[in-house]
Design a protein around this ligand. Structure first.
Ligand code: BGC
Length: 260
């Protein structure tokens, strides 16, 4: 099945058409800058530009960097606060004229890695941690997602863990790799103490530089880099449409109410 996968991030909004059976992108990836301020209307307009570029009128699976339940956004740590309580699937559906399913960005990446990436064929407790502007987490148990775990907000060093160890912190404070690796290590050890996963998968853009930090981590749990790299969010967003369809028998949480 073909689905347009969209990955909404703090700096870029990326999209591509995905073959959800194979977990492949079947078009090039289009990346547009996230509008500033990234209000629901402005983001809707950017997503509509991406859909138009692909001449898309089918289902859209869309990720969001906050808690998402039933298409509604509940938190917005690193995006415009006007998203809180917004019916995001409806907003994107109205903007694009397509049925839309929304899902948390890290959950999408975890799902994609489990089906088609680093955890393919593996069972047990698998935790995908995305290191980017914030820290996202996806907990999969024998292939089933426990949604919205939000472990980037664990309390560490007197504050939100993501403020201490996200990839953006390395850039902002110009930390060298050993300094930042120590922070990530401390974070993963705290998560490990609570969940004892069988595998950590590290996602986010920094996973491309995995050799600079993963070999120096000391936690007990094996750690690997996400293998779908920057396609994980797009593929995972698209997979959410399939999951929604299996559960509810419809193409999206929001259906077309008007076409632009
Ligand atoms: C948000 C999560 C998101 C993560 C990565 C956190 O600040 O609370 O929902 O998955 O950033 O984008």
């Amino acid at each position: 099945m073909k689905v347009l996968g969209i990955d909404i991030g703090g700096t870029g909004i990326k999209g591509a058409v995905v073959d959800t059976k194979k977990g492949h992108l079947i078009t090039d990836r289009l990346r547009l800058l996230t509008p500033e301020p990234a209000t629901p209307d402005a983001v809707g307009t950017t997503v509509a530009e991406i859909a138009k570029h692909f001449e898309w009128s089918g289902p859209i699976g869309c990720t969001f960097p906050g808690v998402v339940k039933g298409g509604t956004v509940f938190t917005a740590a690193n995006v415009d606060k006007s998203w809180i309580n917004a019916d995001a699937s409806r907003i994107i559906s109205d903007a694009t004229g397509c049925p839309v399913t929304m899902v948390n960005d890290a959950d999408a990446a975890g799902e994609a890695e489990t089906r088609f990436g680093a955890a393919r064929g593996k069972s047990g407790v698998i935790m995908t941690i995305t290191l980017g502007t914030g820290i996202g987490s996806a907990l999969m148990i024998d292939g089933t997602l426990v949604p919205n775990t939000e472990l980037g907000h664990l309390w560490l060093r007197g504050g939100d863990a993501e403020k201490w160890a996200a990839a953006s912190v390395r850039e902002r404070l110009e930390l060298d790799w050993p300094e930042w690796t120590a922070r990530v290590d401390e974070y993963l050890c705290s998560v490990e103490k609570l969940f004892w996963p069988d595998l950590f998968i590290i996602g986010g853009g920094v996973s491309k530089k995995a050799d600079k930090f993963i070999p120096n981590l000391t936690c007990h749990t094996p750690v690997v880099a996400a293998s779908l790299r920057n396609a994980a969010g797009i593929v995972g967003g698209a997979l959410a449409v399939n999951r929604h369809r299996e559960k509810h028998g419809t193409d999206g949480q929001s259906h077309v109410s008007k076409k632009k």
